[in-house]
Design a protein around this ligand. Structure first.
Ligand SMILES: *Cc1c(COP(=O)(O)O)cnc(C)c1O
Length: 430
């Protein structure tokens, strides 16, 4: 008998390329049938066959409050009842901008867009317009959305599908993108010594979360700050994933570094399509209508999306919020590591705030080449065995995981009990 998930996936493939609207959803690297979800509540989500999962994907990061938080749902409903979009300014956009400016270091001006991809693409254009330079630096395995010039040695879905770079990107476009090694201070210092006066920007995931999780060497981030300042390049922290995820001020707050521009997405939309970029006023004032760098969007600052994002951001201000999510995430990783060790599985893990990485290798990786050394078949066996037990991790060995405030002691206990059984089975097979 075919399950409902299977028949939906078969049907989806007749009208949607690969049956999905974003590639990693297709389960291509882990094999099997993607789950089609019908409902979510708190830490859990239910698929078309009625199976319940503890969800560690959280829509790939946005759901820091868990699924269908009552305040967020209520705010969305109230806003929708007053009209879905105007294409003209609304007060809620000011409230969102004021809140972001008050919360994030260095954010003097901010513009809303509808996705992380738009945010990073616009930030690069802005940095080029501001400096009058063309080159920019990104790091191998970092993902900054799917704009042409950024899809060079990007992680995430491209990595999962074994395509470090996309076809369809003209070499002339990619030639302005310099790809360097994450966490390698010497290499980037050399690059700036050679051509610092031609570099418009450095864009970096301050905690890399699209090649599994790779934590930064703080000295690396400080070196980027110093080099950009010295050479007049714009430092862009891509905090689409880390913003309000690793701490109340994002990675900037965590590492005590203020970037020139910050890109945001995911959490700031609370599950609705929202992105933003902002930073220094002298740079931000270069965008239209004030300046000559064009950037626009029919649905930018959409009031329903702003309502969801604002309500989410306000909920995160509760005392102890980050201490609690951070502790839960750490306990998850430590529990999994202890269990794997007990059963003799080569495994390691680490977390930063509410995001985590699980690796089928002895030590957490510090750069892309080490991520590639993880045992992917072992991850795939672990993934499917956990899925069968109602635990939903990202369907790829190269993605980070996410914990929400709705994940409590009960979810943790269920997850660790399932993992202990799975690790025991994996070790007896090895
Ligand atoms: C998710 C992500 C993006 C792209 O955001 P979309 O909303 O998927 O376009 C960009 N940068 C980083 C670091 C991300 O994690």
């Amino acid at each position: 008998m075919t399950s409902k998930n299977e028949s939906l996936f078969a049907r989806a493939q007749l009208s949607i390329p690969g049956g999905v609207n974003s590639p990693v959803r297709a389960f291509k690297s882990v094999g099997g049938t993607p789950r089609f979800f019908v409902r979510g509540k708190g830490a859990r989500a239910w698929d078309a066959d009625g199976q319940c999962y503890i969800d560690y994907v959280g829509s790939w990061g946005p759901l820091l409050l868990g699924h269908a938080h009552p305040d967020v749902v209520q705010a969305v409903q109230a806003s929708a009842a007053n009209g879905l979009s105007f294409g003209a300014p609304t007060e809620v956009e000011i409230e969102m901008a004021e809140l972001l400016v008050s919360l994030l270091p260095g954010l003097e001006r901010v513009r809303m867009v509808s996705s992380g991809t738009e945010a990073t693409m616009s930030a690069i254009r802005l940095a080029r317009g501001f400096t009058g330079r063309s080159l920019f630096v990104k790091f191998e395995g970092c993902y900054h959305g799917h704009a042409d010039s950024l899809l060079v040695k990007a992680g995430s879905g491209a990595l999962t599908l074994g395509q470090p770079s996309s076809s369809g990107v003209p070499p002339e476009t990619a030639q302005h993108t310099l790809v360097r090694t994450y966490n390698d201070c010497e290499e980037i210092e050399h690059t700036f010594a050679e051509m610092g006066d031609k570099i418009a920007a450095v864009i970096v995931e301050p905690v890399a979360g699209n090649m599994n999780l790779v934590a930064p060497d703080p000295a690396f981030l400080h070196a980027l700050r110093a080099l950009c300042t010295r050479h007049g390049a714009v430092l862009i922290f891509d905090e689409v994933m880390t913003g309000f995820r690793v701490g109340p001020k994002g990675a900037q707050g965590l590492y005590g570094i203020t970037a020139d521009l910050v890109t945001l997405g995911k959490v700031i939309g609370g599950g609705m399509p929202v992105g933003a970029f902002g930073g220094r006023r002298d740079i931000m004032d270069c965008i239209a209508p004030l300046g000559g760098v064009y950037q626009a969007g029919t649905l930018s600052g959409n009031p329903v999306a702003m309502a969801a994002g604002l309500t989410t951001l306000r909920a995160l201000q509760a005392p102890g919020f980050y201490e609690s999510v951070t502790a839960t995430t750490r306990a998850l990783v430590e529990g999994l590591s202890t269990s794997a060790k007990k059963h003799g599985i080569r495994f390691s893990g680490q977390s930063v705030g509410g995001m985590f990485g699980l690796y089928f290798r002895d030590q957490p990786p510090t750069r892309f080449v080490e991520v590639m050394q993880c045992d992917v078949p072992a991850f795939n066996r672990f993934f499917h065995a956990m899925l069968d037990k109602g635990i939903y991790f990202a369907p790829s060995a190269f993605e980070a995981g996410f914990v929400s405030a709705a994940h409590g002691a009960q979810e943790l206990a269920e997850t660790l009990a399932a993992a202990d059984t799975v690790f025991a089975a994996l070790s007896s097979k090895a």
